[in-house]
Design a protein around this ligand. Structure first.
Ligand SMILES: *Cc1c(COP(=O)(O)O)cnc(C)c1O
Length: 373
């Protein structure tokens, strides 16, 4: 059986260090905030090349609190339009509506599945205030071009970097291109905690302060509340565990790239459209997503070989019941992708032999009904 991702095994690699980190927290007496949180924030900010990292409870809060902070700072007004990709994970859109803003869904490039400058530019109106590029599957959106467009139109940029820890372009990392970025450390992400956790990175001092305050009841000084905040703080236990795992992220990413390279050269079945890769380092392969019109059959075929696959994502945000108000929209690229994408197993635990089993199974794939067509 080739599992999509075995979280238990993933963390078992660091069993001793993780246990030591837990004991450190137990013995520290700091159970909210404290030295582990501060140290992780410093280490992750340095890793991304950002001035600040603000730990929060999860990735969704990282995005929501950043948008709320811009509202508090008067940089955007309630109801302002935020451009998001039409094929993203629902959390990107949830952050926009939770902050009382208006999501505007922009179709991605059908080959890269990423936002492109031309489509973004077309969607800009007089109400647009923010662009939220999503580095989907771990691949960077063309950030230099997008930032140029944003500056021309005086728009803010919030990167959704939840899938892209460590993706880089010319030495610059995901989370350091935009005005701010939201990260998730959900256990299955490339840098995963052992529970929920998230962070915002930014080099804007004032924004960093407001986000920190909003996540701590809106207080700037204990029992003095400047904003109607929430409770969304990075748990010190998770911070300590993330500090154990951060130093291994680079090696894990290298292994992911190595596996992706094997898939890209090994899978030759024309029924599978392989992901497009631009700059090598701009992709950290959170997911390896192929496209095929015979998805259901391919998924069942791989299952027969004991290969577990997943679909990211089966339903675009505008087709979710939660967003019935967006249902009338026609977004053909997102709608086609949701029917054709399939994620193959790709994680640092896979052996070369397992990678070869996946390649062989993909190459052997023949839809059973082919002769009928
Ligand atoms: C995982 C994810 C999020 C949300 O992160 P959580 O920590 O689960 O709240 C947001 N955006 C994208 C693209 C994600 O993949």
């Amino acid at each position: 059986m080739i599992k999509f991702l075995d979280l238990r095994q993933l963390n078992a690699r660091h069993q001793t260090e993780l246990e030591q980190a837990c004991s450190r927290v137990v013995q520290s007496g700091f159970y909210i905030g404290g030295p582990e949180v501060t140290a992780f924030e410093r280490e992750f900010a340095d890793y991304c090349g950002s001035a600040h990292c603000i730990g929060v409870a999860n990735g969704l809060d990282a995005l929501t609190l950043t948008l709320r902070a811009w509202l508090e700072l008067g940089q955007i007004k309630p109801g302002a339009e935020v451009l998001v990709p039409s094929n993203t994970f629902i959390a990107t859109v949830l952050a926009v509506t939770a902050a009382g803003l208006t999501p505007v869904l922009v179709e991605p490039n059908p080959d890269t599945h990423l936002l492109e400058v031309a489509q973004v530019e077309e969607a800009i109106t007089q109400h647009t205030r923010v662009i939220m590029p999503v580095h989907l599957y771990g691949q960077l959106v063309d950030m230099p071009a997008l930032m140029k467009l944003a500056r021309q139109h005086n728009l803010l940029v919030l990167e959704d970097a939840a899938q892209a820890h460590g993706a880089s372009l010319n030495g610059q990392l995901a989370g350091s291109f935009g005005d701010a970025a939201g990260f998730s450390f959900y256990p299955g992400k490339n840098l995963g905690a052992l529970g929920d956790a998230g962070a915002v990175t930014t080099s804007d001092n004032e924004l960093a302060q407001v986000i920190r305050s909003l996540g701590n009841y809106g207080s700037t000084e204990k029992y003095h509340n400047t904003y109607q905040g929430v409770n969304s703080r990075l748990d010190p236990m998770q911070a300590a565990l993330l500090r154990v795992k951060l130093p291994y992220l680079t090696a894990d990413t290298e292994r992911r790239r190595d596996i992706a390279t094997q898939y890209l050269s090994g899978i030759t079945n024309p029924l599978l459209q392989l992901p497009q890769q631009g700059d090598q380092l701009a992709h950290v392969w959170h997911l390896f997503v192929v496209r095929t019109q015979r998805r259901q059959e391919l998924q069942a075929w791989l299952q027969q070989y004991g290969i577990e696959t997943h679909i990211h994502y089966p339903l675009a945000p505008h087709q979710q019941q939660a967003y019935s108000a967006l249902r009338h929209l026609s977004l053909p690229v997102a709608e086609q992708l949701q029917h054709e994408v399939l994620s193959l197993p790709l994680n640092p635990l896979l052996s070369d032999a397992e990678v070869q089993v996946v390649i062989n199974a993909c190459n052997a794939f023949k839809p059973s009904a082919e002769e009928v067509l």
